[in-house]
Design a protein around this ligand. Structure first.
Ligand code: SF4
Length: 433
């Protein structure tokens, strides 16, 4: 069991900073905006296009964030809205009309065009839902239009995905009358991971199963009271709410990270579909053994090391659970931008009651706590990594954990390995010095 880390906090506050009573912080924060999620979303849906309605800053952010990852023609772009007053808003619509018409002419394969809002005041003045409706009238029904906000004022990078999926849920067809149980797995997963899960669900006899977002925008799952939901990512609060609003039943489970998380996640679906225990053990057994063996290789490096999470991706509690229980790491602090108690309840059941949890961010206070604790590894956003490295603290970029396929049995070894790398790098640097 870990003692909660308590520097800089009065005793009364210390006692309260547990999973049930996290330290709530409302200060300066350093997190990427929701536009960043387009970098993985645009690769997921083959016939969708994300049109950011934004400024030159947004265009630059996307260019530099995606720069190394663009392999072919990307399925996103920025319509740059220049500064103008309210009287000029009619021109904004005209401009958007032109951009969309040009885009659809050049890319006739687009079936779903997503207008993504950003923070410049000109964009805030624009009613994106009206703009999407207008484009729908001009270009439908061959192309569908959706809109959501990726603005840095309202969203962090994983909330961008949440907003997109929640918008998509509004378009899901209703469950046909008399439909049997079906399962939606929500949260963008790498295709390879999705295929592995699909094979396991098939082996268990669970189906029909659809993944949200689907690879094609025309393959949307139906939603209704016989639809069950498994969240593949912990940051999908709005998506879950929207699905529950359609009558869908959410299956509570830890998230599919590591052998234990993946098994519990699959078990939640297996129980709902009344899969017998023998079949469950037979289908999951080989994957479980492979995952345990793969993580074991990293355990020698990670065991006993102390880790500190700054709030960034909302994956922090699930990562902490995996690293603590499967790799033997000690948790100094789990910082998370939002703590969705209901969705994370199954994770915290697997963590010590005393684990120190903070919600929100006050970067200066958190840096003070981190420096005083001198953890062996810090998981944080890119902005904090360099200064901490310069102070001799090893870091891991949290955004990497969202970009990399880490879910499921076959990725458990890679997931542990991601946390070994900063230690290896330090060893190598020491060797050079
Ligand atoms: Fe654009 Fe706002 Fe994101 Fe900056 S923070 S890139 S202005 S959406």
């Amino acid at each position: 069991m870990n003692a909660p880390f308590s520097a800089k906090l009065p005793a009364a506050a210390r006692a309260e900073c547990s999973p049930s009573q996290p330290l709530r912080q409302r200060g300066q924060h350093e997190v990427f905006c929701g536009l960043t999620s387009i970098i993985w979303l645009h690769r997921k849906m083959q016939d969708a296009f994300f049109l950011i309605v934004g400024s030159r800053t947004c265009a630059h952010l996307m260019q530099s964030a995606a720069g190394v990852m663009i392999f072919a023609e990307p399925r996103f772009a920025t319509a740059v809205i220049e500064e103008r007053d309210l009287a000029g808003m009619a021109d904004v619509h005209d401009e958007l009309d032109k951009v969309v018409a040009r885009l659809l002419e050049r890319r006739p394969d687009i079936r779903l065009l997503v207008l993504v809002g950003s923070c410049p005041s000109e964009v805030i003045k624009l009613d994106l839902s009206k703009a999407a409706e207008r484009q729908g009238r001009l270009h439908g029904p061959a192309v569908r239009f959706l809109h959501y906000s990726g603005s840095g004022i309202e969203t962090t990078f994983t909330q961008g995905e949440d907003n997109f999926l929640a918008a998509l849920v509004k378009d899901l067809p209703a469950e046909p009358a008399g439909a049997g149980p079906s399962l939606i797995v929500a949260g963008a997963l790498a295709d390879v991971v999705e295929d592995q899960f699909r094979r396991i669900f098939d082996g268990l006899g669970i189906g029909p199963v659809t993944f949200l977002p689907p690879r094609e925008s025309t393959a949307l799952p139906h939603a209704g009271p016989n639809t069950l939901l498994l969240l593949a990512q912990p940051f999908l609060g709005e998506t879950a709410k929207a699905l529950e609003g359609r009558g869908v039943r959410h299956l509570q489970a830890p998230f599919p990270l590591g052998e234990e998380g993946t098994t519990a996640w699959l078990k939640a679906a297996a129980d709902a579909f009344e899969v017998d225990a023998g079949r469950f053990a037979a289908i999951t057994g080989p994957g479980r053994s492979r995952a345990r063996l793969a993580v074991e290789r990293s355990r020698a490096t990670l065991q006993g090391k102390r880790i500190f999470f700054f709030p960034d991706s909302q994956l922090e509690p699930s990562m902490a659970r995996f690293l603590h229980r499967e790799a033997g790491m000690e948790i100094v602090e789990i910082g998370t931008p939002f703590l969705h108690r209901h969705h994370l309840a199954a994770e915290f059941e697997l963590l010590p009651d005393t684990v120190f949890v903070s919600e929100g961010q006050d970067v200066d206070r958190q840096l003070d706590r981190c420096r005083e604790a001198r953890p062996d590894l810090v998981v944080c956003g890119m902005g904090l990594a360099n200064p901490l490295e310069a102070e001799g603290i090893a870091t891991k970029w949290s955004i990497e954990l969202v970009f990399t396929p880490v879910q499921g049995y076959e990725q458990a070894g890679d997931l542990a390995e991601l946390f070994v790398r900063p230690f290896d790098r330090r060893e190598r640097l020491r060797g050079i010095a």
